[in-house]
Design a protein around this ligand. Structure first.
Ligand SMILES: O=C(O)CCC(=O)C(=O)O
Ligand SMILES: [Fe+2]
Length: 217
């Protein structure tokens, strides 16, 4: 694993949130935001929208969508890959949150996925972690990279409330504005990805092969 001395666990509950401020600098962020707004083609609908790279994440099955072919990472994405894992992620999701948009509380405990990271860009937003009656707000500051592990990943939900303003701990009311995030997911057993890349086979064929092999084992 690459050494990232600034990549440290937040000293809060839930445990397991690993954090690095300024993963990219402000100038790099501006270039990305300009590319996101001027060059990328986004789905034309209100609310949170997403673009997928590598495999496509299926929010219904919480697995990769076997019908959509693997999409190579664009050049702009290469320097944004977390260097703290031994291989690049299998699935990257760029999401745009217009002001006021959110993501419902959920747990990213999907069995096919191993590591999970998220980079925040643009305006800050408060993420709420919940377990039972407990609520903990984490300020997702732009340019920060977060890894969710352990309790924060598996035993607490996380979400971003749909609201026009966030209230900071000191009482300041902070309006929401355009925010982007990039989430990175690693499949357990990356061989599926290598197989597809090398042999250009469909994910579906590989998935069927994997099922056949596991049944034969
Ligand atoms: O937007 C974010 O920072 C996180 C989004 C998220 O929780 C997810 O895509 O699973
Ligand atoms: Fe999530």
């Amino acid at each position: 694993m690459a050494q990232r001395p600034n990549f440290k666990e937040l000293p809060i509950k839930p445990s397991g949130i690993i954090w690095e401020d300024d993963f990219v600098d402000a100038e790099h962020e501006q270039r990305l935001l300009s590319l996101f707004t001027k060059e990328l083609e986004w789905p034309d609908r209100p609310g949170r929208i997403s673009l997928h790279y590598g495999y496509t994440f299926d929010y219904k099955t919480f697995d990769i969508d076997p019908e959509i072919p693997y999409k190579e990472f664009p050049e702009w994405l290469q320097p944004l890959i977390p260097p703290t894992e031994t291989r690049p992620p299998d699935q990257v999701c760029l999401q745009y949150y217009p002001p006021g948009a959110g993501i419902p509380p959920h747990v990213d405990a999907h069995a096919p996925y191993d590591q999970l990271y998220a980079l925040s860009l643009g305006a800050p937003a408060m993420m709420q972690f919940r377990r039972g009656e407990e609520r903990v707000e984490v300020d997702l500051m732009p340019r920060s990279m977060m890894q969710m592990t352990g309790d924060s990943r598996l035993h607490w939900t996380h979400g971003i409330k749909k609201r026009k303003n966030d209230t900071l701990p000191d009482g300041t009311i902070r309006p929401r504005a355009d925010r982007w995030s990039i989430t990175y997911r690693w499949l357990r057993g990356g061989s599926r990805r290598n197989g597809v890349e090398k042999e250009k086979r469909s994910v579906k064929a590989l998935a069927e092969k994997a099922i056949g092999e596991s049944q034969g084992a």
